[in-house]
Ligand binder design. Sequence first.
Ligand SMILES: [Mg+2]
Length: 252
Amino acid sequence: MGVRTMARDREETQWTDSSQNLPSFDGFRAVLFDIDGTLLRTGGAGVRAFRRTAALWGYPGAMDGVSFHGRTDTSLARQFLAGVGLPGTAEECGRFLAVYGFLLDEELSLGGGELCPAVPAVLEALESLPDPPLIGLLTGNVRIGAVLKLAAHGLEHRFTLGAFGDDHESRNQLAVVARERVSTCLGTSVPGSEIIIIGDTPADIECARAIQAPCLAVATGAFSVEDLRFHQPDWVVASLEDLLSSADARRV
Ligand SMILES: [Mg+2]
């Protein structure tokens, strides 16, 4: 495995030499990205929207102290409902998350978010491979939340498919859903071993393991390289910028 070069807007994008123990993406059928802490940071918009929704339900402060890292939106909604003694039915969760989506849109419009380093360049490099993989999402965000967060940075049209927080409460089950959607999209049964999952939390590493998919952990969220390495992903990088050659990374 060596350095590969591909055209990109009359410039050339190069993956870092994969002898540095990084994925080459050769032979993989799909690459699935987490959103928060992996592709972008919302500057707290998601957490604020959840807290405002809890307040509208009459329980301000009910989401204080709750860890959001790697969680699905549905599991967060159920935790809130259970915590305040309300029934965690699918209907009530749906109502809560619909209001959350409305408030998330408002919070995102205030700005303050940012893309993680080198995200557009990495997407372009994947799209430019001779036999490009499907590029998709594996995220705990509900669909509307995912679209709103990506649209804030013009990325909402870059992903062919996804598994979302409203598909299942369990992130590990989302990986199963994602693998099935990759298989449906390609018209053949695709094993997890042919899908790379990229995420920023131990929950991403665990859900990749649930379908025997290799995992690239990226320390642009709340967890350090050392934290993530403890959970034994297949690869760990400080940021996605590390996937690109130093010459290309300087341009992003
Ligand atoms: Mg994340």
